[in-house]
Design a protein around this ligand. Structure first.
Ligand SMILES: Nc1ncnc2c1ncn2[C@@H]1O[C@H](COP(=O)(O)OS(=O)(=O)O)[C@@H](OP(=O)(O)O)[C@H]1O
Length: 300
């Protein structure tokens, strides 16, 4: 019989992580040697989910890691966007990666990469042929999601925070406030154009974050294809959890996992006229984004 918590369907690499963790062997050099003997190594990512914040980056990473050839960095590493981390060097970054077999692809996600100016050049210096995943949502919804996260943080600290409507509109001009970060981050084309100074458009794959919420499998199939992976993630790996209101993950017939409660917050109601104003504002940027990426969305 397999040990408790483990089934025969558990991928081999998961078993190795569990075993190494249980024995705390990962702390010793000899473990590294042992793992290397079994061809387990730490590899730099061959694909990165570079953003966008609140686009569904966590769900995408977790869902992709259902694939037997994908291994994920569990935490956001913030190597390329954080000067202090970047100064620690590439070996520090590699060390943050999980053990994997040579044929597997390591993926990490740090949504701040997409909007941080220095990041494209730094990633290019590491690997100019890396694959880049960008998951986007309808820009106004993403901005509200971004706001909701900050609002929750303020409320936790018993602090007050302006209403969304007050932040997105410049009180002097009555126009959309482009200084507000939640607005700026949703101007996807602005950031993408900067990335395109370093990488050809073929190295990016745009994921529809709104569709990943309601019907994830077709989006995951597109990503598998982009990563040149055989199609392995199936509807057996995903099930809709009515209580949670989202798709959750099924690793095998024993392990099920939904994302943390911080994913899928209830958004505050937004004044429809403000919503419309924002949608009108984002419209030309969206058109440009569709034109560049070749992926069109039905955003208003
Ligand atoms: N399966 C599943 N379960 C839970 N949540 C899901 C799922 N798929 C996508 N999402 C959406 O992911 C949104 C959070 O996006 P990110 O993970 O990119 O957020 S973050 O930038 O890392 O904070 C989060 O946004 P909000 O709903 O606004 O909270 C979710 O709607």
């Amino acid at each position: 019989m397999p040990p408790a918590g483990v089934s025969w369907q558990t991928p081999l690499h998961t078993l190795w992580h569990k075993q190494a963790h249980r024995l705390k062997l990962h702390r010793t050099n000899s473990t590294r040697e042992k793992l290397q003997m079994h061809h387990l190594i730490k590899q730099l990512p061959r694909a990165i989910i570079i953003g966008v914040r609140k686009g569904g980056t966590r769900a995408l990473l977790e869902m992709l890691s259902l694939h037997p050839a994908v291994v994920k960095a569990s935490q956001e590493v913030h190597f390329f966007d954080n000067d202090q981390n970047y100064a620690r060097g590439i070996d520090w970054y590699r060390e943050k990666m999980p053990f994997s077999f040579p044929h597997q692809i390591t993926i990490e996600k740090s949504p701040a990469y997409f909007i941080t100016e220095e990041v494209p050049e730094r990633i290019f210096k590491m690997n100019s042929s890396i694959k880049l995943l960008v998951i986007v949502r309808e820009p106004t919804t993403r901005a509200v999601s971004d706001y909701t996260q900050v609002l929750e943080g303020k409320e936790r600290k018993n602090k007050t925070y302006d209403k969304f409507e007050e932040l997105v509109i410049d009180t002097n001009t009555c126009e959309v406030n482009t200084k507000y970060k939640a607005v700026r981050t949703s101007i996807y084309t602005k950031y993408l154009e900067h990335w395109l100074k370093y990488f050809p458009v073929e190295q990016f794959h745009v994921v529809d974050g709104d569709r990943l919420i309601i019907d994830p499998l077709p989006e995951l199939k597109l990503v598998e294809h982009f990563l040149n992976l055989p199609s392995k993630i199936s509807h057996y790996n995903l099930y809709f959890n009515a209580t949670r209101g989202f798709f959750c993950l099924r690793y095998n017939f024993i392990f099920n996992k939904c994302l943390a409660g911080s994913k899928g917050r209830i958004h505050p109601d937004v004044d429809p006229s403000i919503k419309e104003k924002l949608q009108h504002f984002f419209y030309p940027f969206n058109q440009k984004f569709y034109q560049i990426t070749g992926r069109t969305f039905n955003w208003p």
